[in-house]
Structure formats: structure tokens, C-alpha cells
Design a protein around this ligand. Structure first.
Ligand code: GLC
Length: 463
């Protein structure tokens, strides 16, 4: 099985530079591909401040003037492992995409298009069997790699396309024309048009991106390329997310002995300053963006006590949503706890100590927290979209195979009905325990999804 050499480029890798699910998905896939015997060069922008062991500086990369000078260093990151960090003008920043107020850096087009053409230059020297790109930040490499090197593009979220002015398409060389769209340069569209294979992160999301209502303006292009489009569900890192040896929990537990989960809930309630109580606790760990649908919860907060249900949310992102969640938590302190920020330890305690996991997304390419939560016997309450449909069977539809509850549409009314069903189902000890055990013992790892990637890589390389 071994031998394939892959250059894997991404704007995020856990824990080197992590903003959202992209970081976890990219790291999980790279680690598993390496475990399955592939030689993977993981390439990330050099945002600064990252120290590598046994660092080697590579010769300057051969890039067009607007992306010069481009340099790279390769070495061992203490927890990620071998990584190559690429530097281009402007890439070094305290946050990959935005300033401290959450405003995108104004030169993100130059930064990431520059990074991506440097990735292509790197590929000319390291000569992998194929190049695997992720999202729009790496897309320009599709125009700049040597023809003959197969290109795989993973789309983690079609909503982010990197659209910018049309001049950028000219700067990408002859194949840059594929990046011209609706009078501008659309990096994601360009890479979708040029890639040999496009992977979206769940089978249902594959169906959704082909439809005008959910195709983010690229459904036509994707339909043209449907024979090159596959949907592979993400995995999760089951070493990091699992109750058997999670250093952030007060006591380990597992599918055969869930009793110690109560100590995680007690520690969580204490940490959040919530009194103990018999009602279930629903938790959310999320980026605060409209996509995730946590605003749908806001009008329901005054009524949650009747269900009865309490909710605890950890998240960072857009200021309007943080402000409203702070307001609702202040008005209903016994019902809603909101912690703004990104806190690894609290995230583990929430998923470990919660009873229900909340992810009411308007759309969700894959979603990771629902799988992470199920590892801890925390039953997901989600919407019926994308990867959420592919991972959460509704217990009321199928009590034998069910894993959680799915709201048919993303609105507050449907969410309230679904929360009501969840509280009722959770209150049935037999139903609950069986669902918890199914979720805890299912295989959410990267093993199978990575094997599917390897199979597709082989077909491309042997073509
Ligand atoms: C993006 C998507 C999310 C997906 C993740 C990893 O964050 O919004 O659904 O799980 O990428 O692919």
C-alpha cells in the first residue's frame, strides 16, 4: 500500500494554526494517510512564531514577481510532526484570516494566492505523485502546478470562495482564465474547474452542492464536473476525542460503564457556575457564524426551562452573535451559559459532561462536533443537512439504529420541537443508553475515509 508521495497544502493544521474544522480535518487526514504508509508533505503558510526541530531552510522558491520572495522551511513540529512552512509577502500575521476585531485582512487575496503559487513552485522541486489542495486558500496552485501532476481539491465549505478582482486571474498565467467568473477572480471556482478530482466532505453535501438553492453559485460548474466530484465524510481524531483516556475529564468512562460521565457533568456545571439539577444539559462548541444556526436558539431561551433543558455554549467568531448570546445568558442565567472564546480544555469537558450536543446548522458540509460528542455518549441534536444527515440517524425514525435527533428544517420552531423530542427521548433510560452505546462504539475515525482517499489517489496516479 505504501509508496505514494503526496504534497498536501492547507491554510490550517491542528495544532500549528487552527481556526475551524478545516484544521482538524486536515490534520486528521494527514496523520491517517501517513499511518497507512503514504509519504505526505504537509504544507502550511508560515504565519510566524512556530518553532521547528531539525529545521532545514529550502532554496528560494521560483514564483512570479508579485509573490516574491517566497521561502520555505521544513522540520519537525513537536506535536504535529514533519511540516513545511511557506513564507510569502504579508503572510505572517497573528491570525490567519482576520484582525482582533474579526475583520478580514484586506490583502488576503495577495497573501493566499501568493502562498498557493509558492506551493506549486515547491511541488516542482519536491516532485510528489500528486498535489492535494484544500479550500480557496490553496486554489491558485491548480493553475500553477506543472501539467501532468494530478491535483485533488478538497472543498470543506463552498461558501468561502476567495472572490477578488479580475486582475488576479491574469497574474495566474495561462490557466488563470479558469479563475475568471462573474467579472471577478474566483479562486475556488478556478480550482474546481482545473482539478482532476474534487472531494467534498460528506455524501449529502455532494448532492447539495449540485443544486441551485445550496450550490453557492457554483452548482452549474460542479454539475459540469460531476464525474470528477466525490463526497467522502470526514473522520475525527479518536485518540484526542474519546472518554477512555481524556486528560481533561475527572474520570475515564466507556460504553460499558457510563456512570463516571456524571462526574464530568458535575465538573462542567461547577466550572460554568450552574447549580446541579436533574434536567439534561445541551452543549455547543462552535464557531460563531450564521452557518451554525445558534441564533435560532435565542428566541427559545425563555422557554427552555419548561422542557426542561439547560444549554451551555462555547464559541468565538462574529461579534453580533457573541453579543446576543451574552445578553441572553445574562437575562436567563439558570438556563443559558455562554463562554466566549476558544478553549480546548473546556471543549473536552463540554463534550464529555454534556447530555445533548447542539448543532442546528443552516448548512453543514460535514461537521465534526456531532461525531466527537457521540464518542462521549453525548447525544446530538442537529438539523437535517449535509454531513449531519450522514452521521446522525433520528431516534424517532429508527429507535434501533438512532443516534440522536434531527430537526427537519433550520428554524426556531423546528428546533424547539426537536429539543422537546430530545428531552423526552433522553428521559427514557433504555433508549438513551442504547443510543449512547451505538454512538460510542461506531467507527468515526479517519481509517475508512482515508482509505477511500488512497484508492482515489491511486486511480489518478495510475491513469
Ligand atoms: C468546515 C465546514 C465543516 C467541516 C470542516 C472540515 O469547517 O464548515 O462542516 O466539517 O470544514 O471539513
Amino acid at each position: 500500500m505504501s509508496g505514494l508521495r503526496v504534497l498536501f497544502a492547507t491554510a490550517e493544521l491542528t495544532p500549528v494554526a487552527a481556526v475551524g474544522g478545516l484544521a482538524q480535518a486536515a490534520t486528521g487526514l494527514v496523520h491517517e494517510l501517513r499511518a497507512q504508509g503514504l509519504e505526505v508533505e504537509a504544507v502550511l503558510p508560515d504565519y510566524g512564531g512556530v518553532e521547528l526541530r531539525d529545521e532545514e531552510r529550502l532554496p528560494p522558491l521560483d514564483v512570479p514577481g508579485w509573490a516574491a520572495p517566497a521561502t520555505a522551511r521544513r522540520g519537525e513540529h513537536p506535536s504535529f510532526g514533519p511540516v513545511t512552512l511557506v513564507s510569502v509577502p504579508g503572510i505572517e500575521r497573528p491570525h490567519p484570516y482576520a484582525d482582533e476585531r474579526g475583520e478580514s485582512w484586506p490583502d488576503n487575496d495577495a497573501r493566499f494566492l501568493g502562498f498557493a503559487v509558492a506551493v506549486a513552485a515547491l511541488a516542482r522541486t519536491s516532485r510528489p505523485d500528486l498535489v492535494h489542495l484544500n479550500d480557496w486558500h490553496t486554489a491558485a496552485a491548480a493553475a500553477a502546478v506543472d501539467p501532468g501532476t494530478p491535483v485533488v481539491l478538497s472543498v470543506h465549505n463552498l461558501a468561502y470562495q476567495g472572490r477578488t478582482g479580475p486582475d488576479w486571474a491574469d497574474r495566474l498565467g495561462p490557466r488563470g482564465a479558469a479563475f475568471l467568473r462573474d467579472g471577478g477572480c474566483n479562486p475556488l471556482a478556478g480550482a474546481i474547474a482545473l482539478a482532476d478530482l474534487v472531494v467534498v466532505v460528506s455524501p449529502t453535501y455532494r448532492e447539495e452542492v449540485l443544486r441551485p438553492e445550496t450550490g453557492n453559485g457554483l452548482d452549474g460548474l460542479l454539475r459540469e464536473r460531476a464525474d470528477r466530484l466525490v463526497g467522502i465524510r470526514n473522520g475525527i481524531d479518536t485518540e484526542v476525542w474519546g472518554p477512555a483516556h481524556d486528560p481533561h475529564l475527572p474520570a475515564p468512562f466507556g460504553p460499558d460503564d457510563l456512570a463516571p460521565k456524571a462526574s464530568a457533568k458535575a465538573a462542567l456545571l461547577e466550572r460554568l457556575g450552574l447549580p446541579d439539577g436533574p434536567e439534561p444539559l445541551a452543549v455547543g462548541v462552535t464557531r460563531l457564524v450564521g452557518q451554525k444556526g445558534f441564533d435560532l436558539l435565542l428566541p427559545l431561551v425563555p422557554r427552555l426551562g419548561e422542557l426542561p433543558l439547560r444549554v451551555a455554549i462555547l464559541g468565538s467568531g462574529e461579534a453580533w452573535l457573541a453579543r446576543q448570546l451574552h445578553g441572553a445568558a445574562a437575562a436567563h442565567p439558570g438556563t443559558l451559559a455562554f463562554v466566549e472564546g476558544y478553549d480546548e480544555q473546556l471543549a473536552h469537558l463540554l463534550l464529555g459532561g454534556g447530555d445533548l450536543l447542539l448543532l442546528p446548522s443552516r448548512f453543514e458540509p460535514c461537521g465534526l462536533t456531532q461525531m466527537q460528542a457521540m464518542r462521549y455518549g453525548t447525544l446530538p441534536v442537529v438539523t437535517d443537512v449535509g454531513g449531519l444527515r450522514d452521521t446522525v440517524v433520528d431516534l424517532d425514525d429508527d429507535p434501533e439504529r438512532g443516534l440522536g435527533w434531527r430537526a427537519p428544517v433550520a428554524d426556531s420552531g423546528a428546533l424547539l420541537d426537536t429539543l422537546r423530542r430530545a428531552v423526552l427521548g433522553w428521559g427514557d433510560p433504555e433508549l438513551r443508553l442504547a443510543a449512547q452505546r451505538r454512538g460510542m462504539t461506531a467507527d468515526w475515525s479517519w481509517r475508512e475515509p482515508a482509505a477511500q482517499h488512497v484508492e482515489l489517489y491511486r486511480r489518478l496516479v495510475n491513469r
